[in-house]
Design a protein around this ligand. Structure first.
Ligand SMILES: C[S@@+](CC[C@H](N)C(=O)[O-])C[C@H]1O[C@@H](n2cnc3c(N)ncnc32)[C@H](O)[C@@H]1O
Length: 277
């Protein structure tokens, strides 16, 4: 069992994480610092969290603070996670959006808090697999995450066998990925639809100006305070097309319901922006 140490000032570390990523860590989970910061300590030539705290008390080190905040993020994700949003896009929402965008032939997606990119690549596969006519459209799938390490992995589209076994239909494996040793790498056909970059959702302004047709903002707001969620959702509202679609995680709700219409369909819930008076 991993325990906490009585001599480590976890509050000091929690403050760094809260300030840089707005992730609110509960003291009951302080033991996570012990496991998540092991590699960072080694890279810094340290063995104990006490040394890290002491080091940061004595001299400012913004890049080390950022590395701590990034290392403490939870990057759990999988292909076609919670399948229902993808199924609803396939059966109803994408056909309707394609009809609405038939003149511009442009569709923009944002996987906000994309982690290692499976959400973005799932969208790319969904379109390639079911809507061949979109090959001649201008399709952009943007993926952003605060953690540089996961963004790099998303960019390379490189996945271990275990990740491939989570949520990916067998036929998609050989159709959309190439085998590289123990791993699989997304084919250029998928990678060219996706663009991944590092961005903090809680550090205004949000990293885009152009509006999106579909935004996935799933399983990240649960780490934020109410106030942070409210600010973020107001920004997301501005970045979604007036007939655009927002998916949140199945346990998440918009903090300001007056901005959104919640729509139950396909055994899942999605959100449409209400127009502001
Ligand atoms: C649990 S994963 C969810 C991944 C994906 N959206 C999904 O539902 O499968 C949460 C992700 O949010 C990212 N994250 C946490 N705080 C963030 C912030 N302030 N800005 C951007 N991304 C953040 C983490 O790095 C992590 O990759």
């Amino acid at each position: 069992m991993i325990t906490t140490s009585a001599t480590v000032d976890y509050g000091f570390l929690r403050e760094i994480v809260g300030r840089l990523s707005q992730n609110v860590l509960d003291p009951s989970r302080d033991y996570l610092f012990e496991t998540r910061l092991t590699r960072l300590l080694r890279n810094e030539g340290m063995t104990q969290l006490e040394e890290l705290v002491e080091h940061l008390r004595i001299r400012k080190n913004p890049s080390l603070e950022r590395a701590i905040a990034e290392a403490m993020t939870i990057n759990e994700t999988s292909f076609f996670r919670d399948g229902r949003p993808f199924e609803l896009l396939r059966t109803e929402l994408l056909p309707a959006l394609m009809e609405a965008r038939r003149l511009t032939r442009t569709l923009r997606f944002w996987s906000a808090a994309c982690s290692t990119g499976q959400e973005g690549y799932s969208l790319a596969m969904l379109m390639r697999e079911n809507f061949p006519s979109l090959t001649s459209w201008n399709i952009r799938i943007e993926g952003t995450d605060i953690r540089n390490e996961v963004v790099e992995r998303a960019r390379h589209g490189l996945y271990h066998r275990i990740e491939m076994n989570r949520g990916l239909p067998a036929r998609n494996v050989v159709r959309y990925f190439d085998h590289v040793g123990e791993d699989w790498v997304a084919k250029p056909e998928l990678r060219q639809l996706c663009n991944f970059r590092q961005a903090n959702l809680c550090q205004p302004p949000l990293p885009f100006h152009e509006r999106f047709d579909v935004i996935f903002l799933r399983n990240v707001m649960l780490y934020f305070s109410q106030e942070t969620r409210r600010t973020l959702m107001a920004g997301i509202h501005k970045l979604l097309a007036s007939d655009g679609i927002l998916f949140l995680g199945s346990a998440e709700q918009p903090s300001d319901p007056s901005l959104w219409n919640a729509i139950l369909a396909g055994a899942t819930c999605h959100f449409r922006p209400r127009s502001l008076p």
